[in-house]
Design a protein around this ligand. Sequence first.
Ligand SMILES: NC(=O)c1ccc[n+]([C@@H]2O[C@H](COP(=O)([O-])OP(=O)(O)OC[C@H]3O[C@@H](n4cnc5c(N)ncnc54)[C@H](O)[C@@H]3O)[C@@H](O)[C@H]2O)c1
Length: 353
Amino acid sequence: MNILMLGVGGFIGSNLAAHLLANSDHVIAGIDDNDEKIADIQHERFTFIPGDVRRIGDKVDDLVRWADVVVDLIAYANPSIYITRPLDVVNLNLFQNLELIDRCIKHRKRLVQFSTSEVYGLSEGRRKPFSEDETNLVMGPVKKQRWIYASAKELLERIIYAHGQQDGLDFTIIRPFNFVGPKFDYLVGPGALGGPRVFSHFMSALLTGGPMQLVDGGHAHRSYTHIDDASRAIQLIIDRPSACHQEILNIGSPQNGATVRELAHLMLDLYRELTGKSSEAKLVDIAGTSFYGEGYEDCDWRIPDIRKLEALGWQPRINLRDTFRSTMAWYLDRIDSADELPSYLRAEAVSLA
Ligand SMILES: NC(=O)c1ccc[n+]([C@@H]2O[C@H](COP(=O)([O-])OP(=O)(O)OC[C@H]3O[C@@H](n4cnc5c(N)ncnc54)[C@H](O)[C@@H]3O)[C@@H](O)[C@H]2O)c1
């Protein structure tokens, strides 16, 4: 199968491309405006096309024509951007995608679109796993700017669904629940605000001895999915077009639930186990509005219902501890052994001493 991956240079894209090359015969063409995380992928079935999708429309069109399936991973996906650059989020994550949908309809190609588990929004006290075709999508107030990301993704899903109904678009929508693994976002200096997602903040703090900042008490509860489990699920979705035709699917590990505070303790413990010494990083409370800016609000609880994926034969295999243990080990190995680190593995003053 010919697969076009948009956003191949990101966290999910780089891991998924490596997984598919190792576990299938698929031929992959990948587009991204950043190649750092795929620099290690050299394979005869992999072609990288550098560029900003907003500026290489003709090339994208040719590649959509070439592909059997288009996997779209491009988005701004960091909460700080939702608050500091909300219009950029809508322009890239929603409007830019409308062009891609049109190209898929024109060339009659299947679209696998990455959405987000954030579309479920606020749990409002519900403690029932979020299910794709039943759970209401509950966004916070407009002045809580954080929800612009989820709202844009929700509208994107609704437009894709409508094209499925009206134009017969062959699509599958994926809602990821907090994937974690190698090449996740980028490391930051001690005490940095905003920026990458929580694993990268905590990993940076452990390495630099900076604070592990617990936003709004660190009470937010999430379930974390190892990227290898996620990549197996995505491969299944790619390989089973009829079973996934016009479906929305959660990918997550419901048994891997933890609050952000619990995660901080787990990572401190794993750091000791992996390095044989304690990190100087300390847990520090910080308000969400100080960390991300005015307009921040969070969902307190988010656990997936994965019955649809289970029915296709997928189950997550990697538990919470092993998810973080293996991911942290990957970072420690890289940082310890490499002379020249790619920029996403460099935090100011990183020192393992
Ligand atoms: N990682 C998760 O747990 C998670 C959770 C929910 C949703 N998602 C969704 O999954 C998708 C991928 O997430 P990720 O974690 O890999 O994010 P990521 O930021 O690591 O990857 C996105 C990639 O898109 C590229 N990109 C952005 N704008 C571009 C442009 N104009 N032209 C070319 N390339 C561009 C970036 O360089 C980056 O490599 C996103 O749509 C995100 O919203 C991910």
